[in-house]
Design a protein around this ligand. Structure first.
Ligand SMILES: CC(=O)SCCNC(=O)CCNC(=O)[C@H](O)C(C)(C)COP(=O)(O)OP(=O)(O)OC[C@H]1O[C@@H](n2cnc3c(N)ncnc32)[C@H](O)[C@@H]1OP(=O)(O)O
Length: 411
């Protein structure tokens, strides 16, 4: 079957997006959500696969800046809205779109491509590795208590309208402060802040509208939490749920004050958390971690498009000087031997003819790239082979990150 791949024309967006919705089962999104994604679409970075006059495939690549270990923002193509019509599946349409997209990303000079997958099995074959996880939890707040640090009582909390421009701006400033400190986070470009206050009535299913609590100290905003409240009670007491959307704070006392607020809301007995960093600090504040039903899910998948550029764009926790032998069948320009020399100040990565120290696939290098998956654990699974004694420990230590990489929201 031949399909024609074309850059998305803004005039085709409605049909193109309609096909995307159909491929995901045909459940129409709310008008608010549809409008948001239309506004965020960057048509010249999006493509459609056409079978004569019918759009049968969709894919896009946002122009993102991603924090990597060392704190620098690095250009990354945010792969999104990938779909193939149910009538055209398993005939290579996705493969042809991935081919075109990775060639485009390379020509744009972006060292990374990143995505979140509807199913984790789809993208490994194209060289994406699972680099971050999201922590999920259901905290029984009727039983679990919090121990908060000194200074928590000095933080003043106030419920505010999440969508008020001044509130949005204050929240974005706190968020921007967090971005630099954690690999995996995305600089939020203008327009994206709307995603965090999106609140279509049809999606609430008995919950309150989105609520926002601002934390202030000496008049300055030092944190915020946005959440939904689903109060419920019966003769046995409160049974309602707080569902956290997002939370950010500039210091431990502000952070603790926000969690204290979430734990203490009347008529609720549970806080549900769907996407927090694996090392989120509330886990050290709770009295009983077993009653928090903590779980993990794959989150950001990372693909090194320009391997040398990507490895040079981050820093390394401890000195590293290793030769990788990399297998990359889908992007053969990465294939072969690369010497990486780096430390906490910077790195160089260039082709070499020297003997390899570690052998691995580009997918596993992508998994390890943000410092959340250790090369040592990949080696234990047989995915990385150590060819020089000591090279694995050296690279594993160097690649690690002092904070767990995390992607705060999908795209
Ligand atoms: C970043 C994002 O947007 S994630 C969203 C992905 N989209 C969806 O989940 C929407 C529903 N699904 C679809 O639209 C399609 O089934 C797609 C896009 C997942 C796959 O499209 P297709 O055109 O059928 O894929 P294609 O024919 O190129 O298959 C390539 C390979 O991937 C495999 N594959 C395709 N879909 C899946 C899947 N869901 N799970 C596991 N393997 C898959 C195929 O079996 C094939 O394997 P092979 O190379 O060993 O033969």
């Amino acid at each position: 079957m031949t399909t024609d791949l074309r850059v998305l024309s803004p005039d085709d967006w409605d049909e193109w997006y309609g096909k995307l919705e159909l491929a995901f089962g045909g459940v129409a999104e709310s008008p608010e959500e549809r409008t948001l994604w239309k506004d965020l679409t960057e048509p010249d970075r999006f493509i459609g696969a056409w079978d004569e006059d019918e759009c049968v495939g969709t894919a896009g690549a946002f122009d993102f800046r991603l924090t990597v270990p060392g704190g620098a923002p690095v250009r990354a193509a945010g792969v999104t809205m990938v779909s193939v019509s149910p009538t055209h599946r398993r005939r290579g349409v996705l493969t042809s779109m991935m081919r075109r997209q990775l060639d485009d990303v390379r020509s744009w000079g972006e060292p990374l491509a990143v995505l979140t997958a509807s199913e984790p099995d789809i993208y490994g074959r194209f060289g994406y590795g699972i680099a971050t996880q999201q922590l999920r939890a259901e905290i029984d707040t009727s039983r679990v208590r919090l121990s908060v640090p000194e200074g928590t009582d000095d933080v003043r909390l106030r419920l505010v309208a999440p969508d008020a421009p001044a509130v949005r701006e204050a929240c974005e400033a706190v968020y921007a402060h967090e971005v630099a400190g954690r690999p995996g986070m995305l600089e939020r470009r203008p327009g994206w802040e709307r995603l965090m206050v999106l609140d279509p009535e049809a999606d609430r299913k008995g919950s309150s509208p989105l609520q926002c609590v601002l934390a202030r100290r000496d008049g300055e905003v030092v944190g915020y939490a946005r959440y939904f409240n689903k109060p419920e009670w019966d003769a046995a007491g409160p049974r309602g749920t707080i569902e956290l959307r997002d939370l950010a704070a500039l210091d431990p006392a502000a952070y603790a004050a926000l969690w204290q607020h979430l734990f203490a809301i009347d008529l609720t007995a549970k806080v549900v958390v769907r996407n927090r960093p694996v090392d989120d600090a509330w886990q050290h504040l709770v009295s009983d971690i077993r009653r928090c039903a903590v779980g993990l899910r794959d989150s950001l998948h990372v693909r090194l498009v320009d391997l040398g550029g990507a490895l040079e764009a981050r820093t390394y926790q401890a000195p590293v000087d290793v030769v990788f032998e990399v297998e990359d069948a889908f992007c053969p320009w990465n294939e072969g031997r690369w010497r990486l020399s780096g430390d906490s100040k910077g790195a160089s990565c260039a082709r070499t003819a020297d003997a390899p120290d570690l052998r691995l696939s580009v997918r596993d290098l992508g998994a390890a790239y943000l410092g959340g998956v250790s090369l040592g654990s990949l080696a234990a699974a047989g995915r990385v082979r150590e060819l020089r004694a000591g090279a694995l420990a050296e690279a594993s230590t160097g690649f690690a990150s002092s904070s767990a990489p995390w992607l705060p929201h999908g795209f």
